[in-house]
Write a protein that binds this ligand. Sequence first.
Ligand code: NAD
Length: 518
Amino acid sequence: MFALRQISARRSLAISSYARGPAKVPLFINGEFIQSKTNKWIEIRNPATQEIVGLVPEATQEELKYATDNAAEAFKTWRKTSVLARQRVMLDLQKLVREKQDDIARAITLEQGKTLPDARGDVFRGLQVLEHACSIPTLLMGESLPVSKDMDTYNIRQPLGVVGGIMPFNFPAMIPLWVFPLAIACGNTCVIKPSEKDPGAMTILAQLAQQAGVPNGVLNIVHGSVDTVNHICDAPGIKAISFVGSDHAGKYIFARGTANGKRVQANLGAKNHGVIMPDANRNYTLNQLAGAAFGAAGQRCMALSTVVFVGESKKWLPELVERAKQLKVSSGFDESADLGPMITPAALKRAEDLIQSGVDEGATLLLDGRGFKPKGFEKGNFLGPTILTSVKTHMRCYKEEIFGPALVCLEADTLDEAIKLVNANMYGNGTAIFTNSGSAARKFQDEIDVGQVGINVPIPVPLPMFSFTGSRGSIQGDLNFYGKTGVQFYTSTKTVTALWRSEDVSTAQASVNMPTIR
Ligand code: NAD
């Protein structure tokens, strides 16, 4: 393996010590946790208190190259390991992640702010993708057909090489777990860049991967921001990039990565609409709306951030406000909290400004969570549940992703009108209809132009045997994360046509015609 003499390698931090206090987050390269030599460090702050809980390095160019070179070197042997050996490593890793779920969840709550039960859900949804990757021998099976006498055609799926992962802050365990287990199980090696805001979960996952027997260089972690991202986009050794995050970064990474000939999948922003039919179960629907709009402080790409009340269902608004008021906003470690803080003061300010823009453009602020300061956490980035009604499609608060606990409400007279409204929005990540009518639900699933549809299910994130199929403005690239398309993304298909003659061909004549099989 490549060596980087300037760096003094240091063994892993104890998992339990990581979440305890400010620490310099290590790089993980070639099986070693390494202290970066950089002089540029990014502060990780607990969003509930502003306390500095860690420092993330802007990895140097030399360190980035070291990671990519080692991943490329490790690929030469990892691609040749048997698929059963790779399956065994995944099985061992899933056991360790299951055992350490709570440690990972605590690191998430500390750095990201979401409540501990929600952080456990973050880990669990990722763990399920890892469990799915344990079926890699079956998932990698190709197709085969005896096409004529003595001739077989079959295809095989082969790994691509080094896969880069560029991760968002909002699911620091689940989204890396969408990427590296499947990529590695397919025979690739990985260079992952966690969000600089909350790298703790990925650090623990790397420790567990090492314990599970992932060989040196197969999984690497680099840190930083734009320079690190540019390295992943440009390094010739990296063959594919999995990105999840905002439109701005994602479009840039997709353009730069594909211009360099890389395969790129980029999951982007969202504006998910819930369509509420008047025949829906009122109590169930209102509870689901409150959970899906405000849970995780609205910082889920599948949050139901926009509601379209059809006909008389708009009369339920006062009840929705009552439910929203009952939600407790506090530190994610407060066991009675329903939602925690937003990630940064800048994210909070952006959400507050968008709420104000709604008011300025004529919307009605039915519930205003701005300025909320939970006792004991006055410095945190808190926004209480907020509800804007009489919102129109030209308003900024409708057109832009708020990514906070702010729900914008619109109205439609008919289901047709609601479908037209949703389809005119630029995003296509998720949507949900609430109804008791089978025919309304079928019409909705057929006519709605959104990639993930819930019927009485507010956050229809598909389980790992399916794929995450956001559409239109919510994705760039063709192959989705996890499931069958995830395997396709991390492999290339080779189709072999083999002829093993059973007859003597020693006297046959040459033919220059296009070979055909009839
Ligand atoms: P972000 O785009 O700010 O950051 C994502 C990654 O890109 C980070 O690793 C960051 O370091 C890097 N990055 C940020 N700005 C960059 C730039 N200018 N140039 C190069 N790299 C850059 O996103 P975020 O705030 O971490 O995550 C929230 C966003 O992610 C929301 O828009 C949300 O909808 C979206 N998201 C989408 C999905 C999905 O599956 N569609 C899932 C989760 C989150």
